[in-house]
Write a protein that binds this ligand. Structure first.
Ligand code: SF4
Ligand code: SF4
Length: 451
């Protein structure tokens, strides 16, 4: 190891496929495991570092977690494995996971509620003898928790599914409102975390977040988190936790894991024609996905970017990009291009709300920016996505924030720099976001999920 750069030596470990046959493509992975075995800390390398992968060309980049452990800047999101029949295509997913490990990915993100995901990840890691070479992140389904005993129950089940005796990174899943963390505190979650950390069953604790920036700030400050996970990409720079949340986390020394770097593929598949042309004509020659990844990795405050990779080509392409980037590489021209692409995508929005928040707080509790954000998403990314986001970020909050609470006082319109007819527009947006079936389902879900 020289200056934090690793060069793997050829060591073959007794690694076998689940059919029991040694696999040539796994030799590189065995080298990776050997590196860990040779490092008494369990982590080879510190600070910004790179690892030569299976074919000798890839140099995965790493950034440190809060304890100084290097995390690959590309993480494997285990929510979107390819399906086969009623379940996950095991063999395909195994090949993708092993190839990712071979190329240096060491962060695997799953959750209790991703169907079959924890079981598959646990089986693949155990069967191939690579559990100790990677870090597992999984999540407590806090929205299902009703008692202290339930926290234990979910965690024990997750350990069983993952075939491990410890979880490296444990997240409170999908916090959208500080009240959810408060509910967990009342159930004694802080003592529970301390005990599980002391026993070595949990390495580090964080939360995954979907909600507004102010709510994120509140949750961030409510506990001494080891890390957090946010939805972040160049379209969400000023929504959800946003850049403001990212910077606040960095200032507190809280590493940030990024989810939805491509907005569920929307920064690739739903790119308007004009945006595609801009990308095609640019001399960089990068794909739409590469622009999105590079925008994220250009920011040193981003520790790891999760990608739900479900093909070998995607694994290899993402690892290639992750092996080439350093913070601060993008030029002003690059940033201007990304801004133009974002403008293209945002050009199809219905309401010209910038999310500035000047209209807030509404005395009746209506979350005006969130309403317009989701309404616009309905038109840029599809009706279902916009409604789903509204469901996640507004409908399930403890304090109601619906447009129907508006009493028409007009205070918001006096403050809106965009001159939006907010009173009229929120009614239109609400009707679109919550048609009757969604409204009924939302009320039922609130009755069960909101404490
Ligand atoms: S007009 Fe409605 S949305 Fe606007 S501040 Fe008053 S109550 Fe809130
Ligand atoms: S003040 Fe206007 S532009 Fe700003 S968040 Fe409110 S509605 Fe949107």
């Amino acid at each position: 190891m020289v200056d934090g750069t690793l060069t793997a030596c050829a060591v073959t470990l007794p690694v076998r496929t689940h059919a029991g046959v040694p696999c040539a493509s796994m030799i590189g992975m065995a080298r990776w495991v050997a590196l860990y075995a040779a490092d008494p800390t369990g982590w080879a390398g510190r600070g910004t570092s790179s690892l030569v992968g299976g074919n000798g060309r890839e140099h995965m980049r790493f950034r440190n977690d809060r304890q100084g452990n290097p995390v690959s800047i590309l993480g494997f999101g285990c929510m979107r494995f390819s399906r086969k029949g009623m379940g996950i295509d095991y063999d395909k997913a195994e090949r993708e996971i092993l190839r990712a490990i071979e190329l240096g990915v060491n962060y695997f993100d799953t959750a209790y509620v991703y169907p079959g995901s924890e079981e598959l990840l646990g089986e693949v890691l155990e069967r191939n003898g690579v559990r100790d070479g990677v870090r597992i992140a999984t999540k407590l389904p806090q929205y299902l928790v009703r008692s202290a005993a339930a926290i234990d129950r979910y965690f024990e089940e997750e350990l069983r599914r993952l075939r491990t005796d410890h979880v490296d990174y444990y997240l409170m899943h999908m916090i959208t409102d500080p009240a959810q963390w408060e509910s967990l505190r009342r159930l004694g979650i802080e003592d529970w975390i301390a005990a599980r950390k002391a026993s070595g069953q949990i390495g580090q604790v964080g939360f995954s977040f979907h909600g507004g920036t102010d709510a994120f700030m509140e949750v961030l400050g409510a506990y001494d988190w080891d890390f957090c996970q946010i939805q972040y990409n160049y379209l969400d720079e000023h929504t959800q936790a946003g850049r403001r949340g990212l910077m606040a986390a960095a200032e507190r020394g809280v590493p940030v894991i990024v989810m939805e770097p491509l907005r569920g593929g929307k920064l690739v598949d739903l790119m308007p024609e004009e945006g595609r042309d801009l990308i095609a004509q640019n001399p960089r020659g990068w794909s739409a996905a590469e622009w999105a990844f590079r925008w994220l990795w250009d920011q040193p405050q981003v520790t790891c970017v999760l990608s739900g990779m479900n093909s070998l080509e995607m694994v290899e392409e993402n690892c290639r990009i992750a092996s080439e980037v350093e913070p601060g590489q993008l030029t002003q021209e690059d940033a201007a291009l990304i801004a133009r692409i974002a403008d293209c995508i945002n050009g199809s929005v219905k309401v010209g709300c910038t999310g500035c928040g000047y209209c807030m707080p509404c005395p009746q509790g209506v979350d005006i920016p969130a309403l317009f954000r989701c309404y616009n998403h309905m038109h840029t990314e599809g009706r279902r996505d916009g409604r789903k986001e509204y469901w996640q970020t507004v409908s399930l909050r403890k304090e109601r924030a619906f447009a129907r609470q508006c009493v028409g006082c007009g205070r918001c319109e006096e403050r809106c720099p965009q001159g939006i007819a907010i009173r009229e527009q929120i009614r239109i947006a609400d009707r679109a976001l919550r048609p009757l079936p969604w409204r009924i389902a939302g009320d039922v879900a609130r009755a069960f999920a909101v404490r």
